[in-house]
Design a protein around this ligand. Sequence first.
Ligand SMILES: *Cc1c(COP(=O)(O)O)cnc(C)c1O
Length: 402
Amino acid sequence: MSTSNPSSSLIPAYARLPVSFERGDGVRMWDREGNEYMDALGGIAVCGLGHSHPSITAAITEQANTLLHTSNLFAITHQENLAQKLCSVSGMDAVFFGNSGAEANEAAIKLTRLHARKKNIENPVVITFNGSFHGRTMATLAATGNEKVHNGFSPLVSEFLHLPYNDLAAIRKHTDNKNIVAIMVEPILGEGGIVVPDDGYLKEIREICNEQNWLMVCDEIQTGMARTGHWFASHAENITPDVITSAKALGNGIPIGACLTSGSAASLIQPGHHGSTFGGNPFSCRVALAVLETMQQENIPDNAKTTGEILKTTLTEALHNRPEFKEIRGRGMMIGIELDTDCTGLVNKGLENRVIFNVTAGNTVRLLPPCNLTEDETNEIARRVADSIVQHCEAKPRVAEA
Ligand SMILES: *Cc1c(COP(=O)(O)O)cnc(C)c1O
């Protein structure tokens, strides 16, 4: 049951759940009635360091007392420092800052157009994948491989070629299409249901892009910033993409997005090609810098790996005997539990058990908790999630096989 308030002055863009939060601390949040919840969704992969982390709060207060915004007419020290730090953890060479994931991907898509100009290609095509999600702006919704996101918004920005995910042969079939200039890929499908491709998939895409002089763009907006046990999920295959996009956990709740580039992609954008009023301002960059420094100090990539393993093992033990349990997937603190049942009401069952998660791609429970949890917190989340799923399944007979 989702609610919308008919007397609200808001455009009804969202179906809201019947809870509203007032306060957060670490992995916990409190609603308006004072009930305590565990947050296994982290504001959709945003709060990688949990709520009200003292180092982040300190950076926010300090910078708010110093300087919020100057515009990009001037050099911005925190922007330079953040770019340098991002390059050092990612292995990339140069960064452009925006304010969101979609904007980071817009910058990446503009880069593919500039790459096309260099190759004298007039009608460039970018390969993206079925089940992908790249954002809600006009270009990024067209890139997204999901018709529900397209519906109502034609004519779409051309040209995106949507191919099946985790299918290298499907890509190879198009290698003689001279208009293709790039492949844009999520290392793990997020909105698409936590789909983990076969080992070697990204490495092979890197190879194809090298052979064809295509840009390899990794959308790491959800998978990045330590979540999968690496700073960026593409690191698991020891590759350097031409472009990595980042947002979500980069600011731990402060809006910021980044388009990271390497090699020749780093010099495609020249003055006049792109810009943003807010992008990279002293405030958001100071905070994101604190996020990176804190993640380094607290060894968050490793913590995401170990707590993610605990979550997976504990949830598998608790659920593997349920007939509705199909599969648990994911890496680090990016986990999907696919159920063979109608999941309507399951999120509300979670809220009754005081745990926050969501359901994506129809029947996959998605967990994106903070990446700095203790073992005890991780076990407690696993228990509450498993209880919620079991209670939901017991209340709801399994959908008969067709
Ligand atoms: C969330 C997300 C986006 C869009 O980010 P916004 O900040 O909502 O614009 C793009 N790509 C992926 C993979 C995402 O998870």
